[in-house]
Design a binder for this molecule. Structure first.
Ligand code: HEC
Ligand code: HEC
Ligand code: HEC
Ligand code: HEC
Ligand code: HEC
Length: 387
């Protein structure tokens, strides 16, 4: 028996060693399957420059919306800046956070080895056409709209009267546009069948996929308005992209039901509003729901809490240790003993960008200063009727 256990343990160690050997550099690799920098772009005819603020001279409402979104902050985001330091400036991070080659101080090639530790061992050469102002704009307009001197958009057969060349691209109506960055595929040899950021994959099944929803339906609210003052109104979408930093967006996620059976109250929690797991993307994030009771005398007591989080083991091989986040349309139940004094059931909800210890580490080691609040209440004393 002892011998068998020893053999099994040795086998496990051997397998881990092989996997580690084949998969030494973690989660992300520049390859044909993943995002790359968009090649150097030149300014199209009829526009002032590639910068968002210059598109905004004409498309002023869209520009103002984009400015409020995290896309405009993808490079200046304090958490991104700190994590980029932690990863020693790994240029592969910039492929999604500043997607145009024009925004990158370096050109990457996979030949060999200025960054031996990075995901995919890369060589970097200085980029002579680097535009530092454009870098600050993160996921800028041109990252989604521009290719080889033409501005692409969602209008198929509408005669537009634009000063710049335009063309239709069906990707604006599909989630493939978003997925190129909101999905980090797992590597060929990895113990994870979903990538670290698997928002795209999570959205492939469940409630909303069945109804044909794409990312834009929930993250870019529809609006009818002119693209520029003095032009005809057209059906388009607001460029807002609310996510985990938006209470309004978070309030759409959960619905609650409670049933009483003798002494037990069963609470059903459903992800009925997110087109993917909640939270999604960045694995640091988690959501906590606290259920409590206020009795007829006004006395408040806690009943039960639940934390939705995915736990990833990063070293020596990556795998998902646990994941209790709810898929779109999925439910989970909590059973609690009904309090003895009659009263009402309530819930508080909070969204957490990371733990206090992660925050402290970023401050102590990676010069994080101007951080955004990481504990964000979004459901405040919502009453749940008991049937
Ligand atoms: C000088 C003004 C001006 C500037 C600068 C400008 N645009 Fe436009 N754009 C227009 C006008 C006008 C239209 C067409 C409006 C109409 O006919 O309803 C248009 C149309 C568009 C469309 C719709 C294309 C389609 O076929 O679906 C997109 C997308 C767009 N612009 C993006 C941009 C981006 C990105 C920039 C900056 C790189 C930019 N524009 C700069 C005036 C401008
Ligand atoms: C993350 C990708 C992304 C970025 C960044 C982005 N757009 Fe768009 N844009 C879209 C999508 C998707 C649509 C199609 C919306 C729809 O279905 O009408 C769109 C549509 C448009 C249109 C056509 C009108 C409309 O509402 O559909 C214009 C004009 C436009 N964008 C301009 C801009 C400008 C200016 C910026 C920067 C300030 C910008 N976009 C940034 C994805 C993007
Ligand atoms: C070129 C890469 C790229 C594309 C394309 C892109 N995104 Fe993003 N998106 C990002 C990055 C990077 C961030 C995070 C910015 C930061 O560091 O805070 C982000 C942030 C967001 C957020 C906010 C996340 C939060 O934590 O609150 C939402 C929502 C979002 N994107 C939706 C979309 C949708 C919908 C589309 C498709 C129309 C899209 N994105 C296309 C790169 C992209
Ligand atoms: C049915 C509506 C719906 C659809 C479809 C949808 N989302 Fe979301 N999304 C939400 C809601 C609600 C939230 C807020 C809950 C949350 O933060 O997880 C959210 C949050 C996010 C966030 C913030 C990350 C986080 O969890 O804090 C990102 C990024 C995002 N969505 C990207 C996408 C992308 C990319 C797609 C398409 C592949 C998509 N969403 C499709 C409703 C939707
Ligand atoms: C494949 C595209 C992609 C790559 C590569 C990428 N990111 Fe991101 N990153 C995103 C998207 C999309 C988000 C938006 C939110 C989400 O999915 O959670 C994001 C969000 C973040 C956030 C959270 C910001 C906030 O305010 O909460 C941090 C921090 C971050 N990225 C750091 C990095 C670092 C460091 C690297 C390189 C090691 C990197 N990213 C590489 C796409 C990418």
């Amino acid at each position: 028996m002892k011998k068998l256990i020893l053999i099994i343990i040795s086998l496990i160690i051997l397998i881990l060693a092989i996997v580690f050997f084949l998969n030494p550099d973690g989660i992300y690799q520049l390859s044909d399957k993943t995002a790359k920098f968009i090649p150097q772009q030149t300014t199209p005819e009829g526009v002032i420059s590639l910068k968002a603020k210059d598109c905004g001279v004409c498309h002023s409402e869209i520009y103002q919306e984009w400015q409020t979104s995290l896309h405009s902050k993808a490079f200046t985001d304090p958490f991104f800046t700190a994590y980029l330091k932690k990863d020693k400036g790994d240029p592969t991070c910039l492929v999604c956070h500043t997607p145009l080659l024009n925004q990158s101080p370096v050109i990457l090639s996979s030949e060999s080895v200025d960054y031996p530790d990075t995901w995919g061992a890369l060589k970097s050469i200085a980029n002579p056409d680097f535009d530092p102002e454009l870098q600050q704009e993160g996921v800028t307009c041109a990252a989604c709209h521009l290719k080889d001197g033409i501005i692409y958009g969602p209008y198929k057969k509408k005669s537009l009267n634009s000063p710049h060349p335009v063309a239709y691209d069906e990707k604006f109506l599909k989630k493939s546009l978003c997925q190129q960055c909101h999905e980090v595929p797992s590597k060929d040899f990895s113990l994870m069948n979903e990538g670290v950021c698997s928002t795209g994959m999570e959205s492939n099944s469940g409630l909303w996929a069945a109804k044909g929803f794409v990312c834009q339906d929930c993250h870019m609210p529809p609006v009818t308005r002119p693209l520029m003052d003095g032009y005809p109104a057209r059906e388009g979408r607001k460029h807002l992209w609310p996510g985990g930093y938006s209470n309004h967006q978070l309030q759409k996620v959960f619905t609650f039901k409670a049933e009483k059976n003798e002494d037990t109250i069963t609470i059903t929690i459903t992800n009925s509003g997110a087109g993917h797991k909640a939270p999604t993307g960045d694995p640091d994030r988690f959501i906590v729901l606290d259920f409590f009771w206020i009795d007829k005398n006004g006395q408040q007591s806690s009943l039960e809490s639940i934390k939705f989080k995915r736990q990833i083991v990063w070293q020596p091989v990556m795998f998902v240790l646990s994941d209790n986040r709810l898929a779109p349309g999925e439910s989970t139940q909590l059973s609690i003993t009904a309090p003895s004094v009659s009263g009402h059931l309530y819930v508080n909800g909070s969204y957490h960008v990371m733990t206090d210890s992660s925050l402290k580490r970023l401050k102590d080691k990676f010069e994080l200063t101007n951080e955004w609040p990481i504990h964000r209440p979004f459901i405040n004393k919502q009453k749940i009727d008991i049937r």
